[in-house]
Design a protein around this ligand. Sequence first.
Ligand code: PHE
Length: 465
Amino acid sequence: MSDNREQWGSKLGFILAASGSAVGLGNIWKYPHMAGQNGGAAFTIVYLVCILIVGLPILLGELAVGRNTQLSPVGAFTRLAKGSNWKWVGFLGVASAFVILSFYGVVGGWTLRYTIYSLFGGFESLSGNPDASGEVFNNFISSAINPIIWQLVFMAVCMGIIIKGVKLGIEEGAKIMMPLIIIILGVLVVRGLTLEGGSEGLNFLFKPKFSDLTPSSIVLALGHAFFTLSLGMGTMITYGSYLDKKQNLINSAIWVILLDTAIAMLAGTAIFTIVFAMGADPSAGAGLIFVVLPTIFPQIGGGLVWGTLFFFILFMAALTSAISILEVITAYFIDEKGWSRQKATLLFGGVITFVGVFCSLSMGSFNITTALDISFFDFLDELSSKYMLPIGGALTGIFILNKWGIGLFLDEIKIGMEHINLDWNFVKNISNILFIVSALIVCLIIFNELTALVLGISLQEMAGL
Ligand code: PHE
């Protein structure tokens, strides 16, 4: 089966593809407003600690499981733990991919629509008018047909790239899109910083305000560390499975983390320098990007270009992440069922797009989860980011500690690092501690979410925090 399995063409290609998965709506859309509302740099410090303590071990764990088995999650867990129930962690990953991509594809469609809307001067009439902009956005997302058309285009592009294969599709796509994202973001940061009053935005984002940091923002930072690094659903197992034995996994993981973090910080800087320079409301939360930014781009010189570039990078970031999500499902059907890449991608990409249509409709005309008092879109978002990803991540950590074993995990890590002199006993002790701490922390978040769901009160509220 694995004789003619595809592989990445180069180390750089792999790092760009894996960081393309990590860099997505989470970095450019979610992180800036989460940091802005939860204590600025105080939040960022907690987030960075979470990335290092929880993110790094689980990321390395996923890459090692993937490269060792050269299989996507279900096959990988089956091979490393024959005859056990661990394969269900792999299936959980495949299920999470279904859930996430259903709503992610809808937002991907929005980013595409806003790119074109800006390009044709649509933001002009919204200049300085957040109410009008809010109305345009709400009318768009709640209408029946329009957002679905954009979602279909987004998903079609995503499927088109995956069908071309790991090297010629996913890797080549990332090699074009990731540098573009970094360069354009850099230009936007310079534009923001050179606007009068723009540096106020830096204070907002980077000045620590420990009083705004609540226990729930710490939980938020932890959950986000998972989402932003694409952990807990086997994406990195799948991408790791296309790696050859020459790669240094620790070095690759650090690159992915650095790029993901740097892009989140750059996005935050670009957004808040522009928001502050134009005197817009920085605490607009999730609506900041689609509602507030279109009202301020027309007010800066060359606004049409800046607005279009901004939404274009958001589109590319969403696309490289969406590709990695669908690849988990495609790889499962190729590895385990012997299907062709084309058949697996088209069939399941199609099914996900179909489910996504109901997410889109739930923003306005038709919601299938009305009984739960939540839109189908929000339902799938919460289900995945609050439960499925953390549970998948915690189980992966526990798998490495208890089933595969830190010894075998480190044997895999050592491959590709032969020329580096390390005290492996020390690394083993550190790894043990990190995996135990990360699994414990994640179990705590999940428990906290479950108590909040079942009892209506979270642990920190019970503790009076
Ligand atoms: N990491 C992506 C983001 O930041 C989202 C994602 C989650 C991608 C899980 C793949 C798997 O937007």
